[in-house]
Design a protein around this ligand. Structure first.
Ligand SMILES: [Zn+2]
Length: 279
């Protein structure tokens, strides 16, 4: 069954992962900018990272007929350095017109500090000035509800923000309504050890329906599973959900959200021509 993984950090994954994802039906992914596992020291480090996301990963993905899209930002974990964050934000517009760039993300909060809130709002301001979509990271700590509430309040407090052009990611049972009831898209992250399991995600679909909701692996350099979305598909099949509902959650919904992107040019159909580019 075809599927999209709308949140995965392929820079941290092997080419074998691309191959296994393709075998499992993956036709497209989007890769948000995130924390490298250490705080980067310079804006130039981010410049190289953004080149990696927009130039190198699309070529790796194309070898397996997977379309690669990306989101750009400085992660909340690095937002305590406000001066560096501002240098990075100032550099982002240079990349916004590159093929496959969907918008600003994953921005959000980590420890819900004032500096994180400042950098978050400056990213939102950039997205509004450049008419970009936004992908939101919500905190994984025990204060997820508080962090999500702060993020939703900041977004709703900016009259320029259209909730239908924002996806709030890593929602769980206690935050999904905060996103959906306010008109946002939302993403559920399927992790082997923390966040949602495929079965909890299926429960949420059964409770809240399949509108404006998607699932992702958020695969990165930590413990995570790049095949989490196919595992969710299996769980939904096991429960007897019709193929149309599963396809909506794992393919149509992310695509519908992405198609609003300022820079959107094409659909993630198999990219045979690109695949010959080599790597
Ligand atoms: Zn992420």
């Amino acid at each position: 069954m075809r599927y999209i993984d709308p949140h995965i950090h392929m820079i941290s994954r092997t080419t074998d992962d691309y191959a296994r994802m393709a075998y499992a039906g993956c036709v497209a992914i989007s890769e948000p900018a995130f924390w490298a596992g250490f705080d980067r020291g310079t804006a130039a480090g981010f410049h190289d990272y953004f080149r990696h996301l927009t130039e190198v990963e699309p070529k790796r993905a194309a070898q397996y007929h997977i379309r690669h899209y990306s989101w750009l930002c400085i992660n909340a974990k690095e937002a305590e350095n406000v001066a560096l964050s501002r240098d990075v934000i100032a550099m982002i517009p240079e990349f916004l017109g590159k093929p496959g760039v969907l918008g600003i993300g994953e921005i959000g909060l980590n420890k819900n500090t004032p500096n994180e809130a400042t950098v978050f709002q400056e990213h939102v301001d950039l997205a509004m000035k450049t008419n970009e979509l936004i992908l939101i990271h919500t905190p994984h700590l025990e204060d997820k509800f508080k962090g999500t509430r702060m993020i939703v309040d900041m977004l709703l407090g900016d009259r320029r923000v259209t909730p239908g052009r924002v996806c709030i990611d890593h929602v769980e049972e206690h935050t999904v309504r905060l996103a959906l009831d306010n008109g946002f898209w939302c993403g559920m992250t399927l992790y082997p050890v923390t966040k949602m399991t495929p079965s909890r995600a299926a429960d949420v679909i059964e409770m809240y329906g399949s509108d404006h909701i998607m699932v992702n692996s958020a695969g990165d350099w930590g413990r995570s599973d790049p095949l989490a979305v196919p595992e969710f598909i299996q769980e939904m099949k096991r429960r007897g959900h019709p193929a149309e509902v599963i396809d909506k959650v794992v393919y149509q919904n992310p695509l519908t959200f992405w198609k609003q992107a300022n820079n959107w040019k094409d659909e993630p159909a198999p990219a045979t021509a690109h695949a010959r580019g080599g790597y």
